[in-house]
Design a protein around this ligand. Structure first.
Ligand SMILES: [Zn+2]
Length: 221
């Protein structure tokens, strides 16, 4: 049974994160998607198709059960619903997903380049951001391409070729932070690579450790 209080709370959280994502320019128009898991039922709250991040409201968000059943709604389900549901099914640690088409990261993804984890923060918070190719038929990625990557529980972020980014977390805020770090890292990587190329220099090594404690522990090993 879906707990009404939990549903109201999760909808409020989702609307706030969607606004933040829009205001930061990570998503324009009605593209991208975000969702959050309900604890009181095997179900999620998700932004439907055709509704912008900035227009999310309590009466347009959809509730979808993990078996695919959609609670009565006037809206079309998101094209990305399949991979959202599948990630919740295969990873109990995932409580929220933010998928957006943020421009710097999607630029890398459209060039077929993996975004390098080149700052200590990205090493600590993300570790690795695999680039997931388009579907075999040339269309957008679905759970067929995305779920195998996320079966590795160490993966919290990925970039979809010619499409966008995925950040997952226990909460919406955690998933949103990752969406922001992915975009920030792509921007930093572009600036770094442009400066190095202008000077004819090769890229330096990326950091091995994300925190001073990790580096210290490795030295002592
Ligand atoms: Zn998308």
């Amino acid at each position: 049974m879906i707990d009404r209080d939990e549903l109201t709370r999760k909808k409020t959280d989702l609307i706030a994160i969607a606004r933040r994502c829009f205001k930061r320019g990570l998503q324009t128009n009605a593209g991208g998607n975000l969702s959050v898991r309900l604890e009181s039922a095997d179900a999620i709250v998700i932004k439907p198709s055709g509704v912008g991040f900035n227009e999310c409201a309590p009466d347009n968000l959809q509730v979808v059960h993990l078996d695919g059943r959609i609670e009565p709604s006037d809206h079309k389900p998101s094209k990305d619903l399949g991979f959202h549901l599948d990630l919740y099914r295969i990873r109990a640690d995932i409580g929220a997903i933010v998928h957006c088409h943020s421009p710097w990261a999607t630029g890398y993804a459209s060039a077929g380049l993996e975004i390098p984890c080149l700052t200590v923060q990205t090493i600590e918070k993300i570790g690795r951001m695999p680039l997931i190719p388009l579907s075999a038929n040339g269309g957008p990625q679905t759970e067929t391409e995305i779920s195998p990557v996320f079966r590795d529980t160490g993966i919290v972020a990925a970039v979809l070729a010619n499409h966008g980014t995925i950040g997952v977390g226990a909460t919406l805020m955690q998933a949103q932070y990752l969406a922001e770090i992915i975009e920030e890292t792509a921007h930093i990587a572009y600036v770094r690579d442009t400066l190095l190329a202008a000077r004819g220099l090769p890229p330096p090594d990326a950091p091995t450790f994300g925190t001073a404690a990790e580096a210290k522990a490795a030295r002592g090993a």
